[in-house]
Design a binder for this molecule. Sequence first.
Ligand code: ARG
Length: 462
Amino acid sequence: MASKPWGGRFESPTDEFVELFNASIDVDARMYAEDVAGSKAHAHMLCERGIISREDLNDILRGLDDILGEIESGEFEFSVALEDVHMNIEARLTEKIGDAGKRLHTARSRNDQVATDTRLYLRRRSDEILARIRHLQAVLVELADAHADTIMPGFTHLQTAQPVTLGHHLLAYVEMLDRDAGRFLDARRRMNRNPLGSAALAGTTFPIDRDMTTRALGFDAPTRNSLDAVSDRDFIIELLAAASICAVHLSRLSEELILWMSAQFHFIDLPDAFCTGSSIMPQKKNPDMPELVRGKSGRIIGGLVAMLATVKGLPLAYNKDMQEDKTAVFDALDQLEGCLRVYGDMMPGMQVDKEAMYRAASSGFATATDLADALVRAGVPFREAHEIVGKSVAHCIREGIELHQMDAAACRRIDERLDADMVRALSVEACVAARDHIGGTAPTQVRKQVVAWKKALAGDEA
Ligand code: ARG
């Protein structure tokens, strides 16, 4: 029987399938660098506090460095019988350096070890995701700059509502991504506490120095309650929530790109490198990347729901159920990072059919609100103006014309206060230019926002 670090009280070996089923090494091997870093910090502290000798410390450090090299060069053989990354590394260390390796686990448990490693690993991944979010924001800001005065229809209920600028539309996603970044930063801040020293659940009888390992591992502070530190997984749930919300934002953008690329909209074209064809229909160019990103959001949300359900009935402190946490959060972050990467690479190549957008904005009575506003400015109460323009629209639908094509006689017939000049002055350019206030769609406002975003993103402070 492959000797288990915990084998002492057992009389018969682990069931063969249980060995496989129980192992998490497939999932947690990727935390090897964090496991080594945590062990080094722990060993330094043990030595400093006189719990292990300087000689043992040196052996441990050398052994761990060797192991890091073995893993990185692909020589290291991870064993399922040794369950997880923690026991794999510890067993190898003992194999290499003997007794000193066996002393490393003094004043420590896998419970505080896994809580520490996971936090360290996810801290790094959060930073990577954050960089991807910032990059995508920068890409969208560039596009918004190029399309500050590209006019398109704005929709509510997916029905033409009012003209907007494409730059304004893109900057809406820059705002969403900024809140996403804020959620990751926020989760990172709460996550960055050091559980090491909590041991199995109650702390340890050895005279440890938790501030020392906290400093060594770049944590902000030690956790304050050992039971909480080894059993809390809300830092994972928070990351999954942040990832889910970000994925939902990308999914909404995806849905729009998919619609816009259809022959019926014809607003955009996406680069060939991000699309695929059909094996039967030769004419097809499918927006696979937006579709896939839209699909991934379901999977990422699944991870969040899985973790909430896993944790909800668990008594304190550690329970094996918690081993499932890494599957959920690693997959979610991997997928989200992929989505952000694809978008960061794909969006600069998006081609915009400005004419098609302009045509769409110029039909469907997108200027109706502005005609009502013009009547209000001439002294008509808004509700009456609304009614007059509604009748005008009905007239235009019957005649097959747009509002600005109504002649003076038609205007007078609908309402004497409806002036042919008002109608003739209607244009989509005037509509967007007039919404010239903070948060409005006017090109001047979009340009101001672009300048502010470029400055903020250059300083990585939004
Ligand atoms: N592989 C385990 C996990 O990921 C490590 C902690 C195991 N602790 C224990 N007492 N069995 O949760």
